[in-house]
Design a protein around this ligand. Structure first.
Ligand SMILES: [Fe+2]
Ligand SMILES: [Fe+2]
Length: 278
């Protein structure tokens, strides 16, 4: 199958439509949490940012669907828009149930640069989802969140895996269908949004920005204090493989973030077991 062919388009749109699942985000059986478990959940610093990000992404993806001329692609984008709106509804339901104050949310503005916004949101999801894959496994294994809570979020994380799988194929499809002389311009835009996302995350990683924006990258320190950065990154890579394994191997996989992380791992010093023997 050639990337950029109609067969490719049908494959990545059909995979997306077929793997959509139904669940009701408004009536979730939130588990009752007592004591420490509740304090930990309520005290996490990113709820407002998470609700905002999901509702903004929903608006951007819905606008992309409305502007899409190709009906095959429009149908898949419309489903993604609904899924993002569902993520936002799920988080609102959680914050309401546990009494988490997310403050006044700004009114949503209309999307003026649909293609740019979709690219920006898509690359942002490529970063966030990769680290969320690892984070949810660490949270499950450490017992930081109750099993019931982790199970509620499990389909949301898998939906994010589907979103970025769809997105990288969507980008490759559009790139290849441009005339060769218009591809450098597209590559420049992709490089610009990736750089912007990196700058945002680097700022927060160095403590110059809002810490909550970076939660999926840094959250492991909160969720499992004894896990090393190396081990967390290894878990993210393992989960990245596992999350995409069920889908058609002809689909392109996200490569940039896993590639950077592999490179970082090759540079990070390996922790040796201390020679504790007498
Ligand atoms: Fe989402
Ligand atoms: Fe998403």
């Amino acid at each position: 199958m050639e990337i950029g062919s109609l067969e490719h388009r049908d494959l990545f749109c059909q995979f997306f439509v077929d793997s959509h699942i139904e669940f009701d985000a408004e009536h979730v059986p939130w588990p009752r949490l007592e004591g420490d478990a509740r304090t930990r959940l309520v005290g996490l610093p990113f709820w407002r940012e998470a609700v905002l990000t999901e509702s903004t992404t929903a608006r951007i993806v819905k606008a992309a669907a409305e502007h899409e001329a190709d009906p095959t692609m429009r149908a898949a984008l419309a489903i993604q828009g609904d899924e993002e709106a569902r993520h936002s509804a799920l988080l609102r339901s959680l914050t309401t149930f546990y009494g988490i104050d997310v403050g006044e949310l700004p009114p949503s503005r209309s999307t003026r640069h649909v293609a740019w916004d979709y690219l920006y949101a898509g690359y942002g999801e490529c970063f966030d989802s990769f680290f969320a894959f690892g984070l949810i496994r660490v949270a499950r294994e450490s017992g930081y969140f109750s099993k019931d809570l982790v199970n509620i979020f499990e389909p949301v994380i898998q939906e994010e895996a589907r979103h970025i799988l769809f997105f990288v194929n969507w980008v490759a499809y559009h790139r290849i269908r441009r005339h060769w002389w218009r591809r450098p311009d597209y590559d420049l835009r992709r490089a610009a949004v990736t750089a912007l996302q990196i700058v945002n995350r680097a700022k927060t990683a160095r403590g110059f920005g809002k810490r909550d924006e970076n939660f999926t990258m840094k959250g492991h320190q909160e969720v499992a204090a004894d896990i090393s950065t190396r081990r967390f990154l290894e878990i993210c890579l393992e989960e990245n493989e596992r999350r995409f394994a069920p889908y058609d191997c002809r689909l392109l996989r996200p490569r940039f973030v896993p590639g950077v992380v592999r490179r970082v791992l090759s540079l990070l010093p390996v922790q040796r077991l201390s020679a504790a023997s007498p």
